[in-house]
Design a protein around this ligand. Structure first.
Ligand code: GSH
Length: 212
């Protein structure tokens, strides 16, 4: 299976980690958002990353890719069959992809990507995200991990954990100032999930670009 996209993207990180957790042999091919080559655009018609190719089957969108992989490789189950558990997993996935990435992306873009792209960074926007928008997101995750929960849903790793952990790395790269004493469960959780082997290859690629 080929997954196209830049390793720094939380969506690419999520798709590759999900496939790795399934034991799939992933051929990661670097592509920047908007890359125009036909091989990539066949899988991601609007140029967003990630795209995926499995034989002659193509798909874009990290959640669509995870859904496809889950159906084709049901073991280990990472999207539960139980209706309530599945609903919660898809909620956390959506929360991560929209609410969390929007905040983390503002910090990451203005502290890392803007300069890489030769654009003027908006540090005020990064600080506003860091001080106003991020704390409620972290407080929500902290609360979701109450009662000694190791996983966001059920008793094992699910897509929810992969999706929610992934954007934390972009906060690190954006040097987000976080009072971790206020979010001890979240800190331990994201370190544990991101420390899984399934994330290692792409995180090593990131480190070569932006440092650990
Ligand atoms: N919902 C999509 C979002 C993908 C996405 O927006 N990726 C960003 C990079 S992190 C991108 O390609 N942005 C370029 C654009 O929006 O044109 C997914 O989960 O894969």
């Amino acid at each position: 299976m080929i997954i196209y996209g830049a390793s720094l993207s939380p969506y690419v990180r999520k798709a590759v980690a999900f496939a790795n957790e399934k034991g799939i042999d992933v051929d990661h091919k670097n592509r920047m958002p908007g890359a125009e080559d036909e091989e990539f655009r066949e899988c991601s018609p609007f140029g967003k990353i990630p795209g995926m190719r499995d034989g002659d089957y193509c798909l874009g969108d990290s959640t669509a890719i995870a859904t496809y992989i889950e159906a084709k490789h049901p073991d280990p189950a990472l999207i539960p069959a139980d209706p309530e558990a599945r609903g919660k997993v898809m909620w956390f996935d959506e929360f991560a992809d929209t609410i969390f990435v929007a905040v983390g992306g503002t910090i990451f873009f203005n502290r890392v990507v803007a300069t890489m792209m030769g654009q003027e960074p908006d540090e005020a926007a990064a600080v506003k995200a860091e001080t106003e928008t991020l704390p409620p997101v972290l407080a929500y995750i902290e609360k979701a991990l109450a009662d000694g929960r190791e996983w966001l849903v059920g008793d094992g790793l699910t897509l929810a954990d992969i999706s929610v952990a992934s954007p934390f790395k972009n906060l690190d790269y954006g040097r987000a100032k976080i009072d971790w004493d206020a979010y001890p469960r979240t800190k331990a959780y994201k370190d544990r999930i991101l420390g899984r082997d399934s994330f290692a290859q792409l995180l090593a690629m990131d480190a070569a670009m932006v440092g650990g």
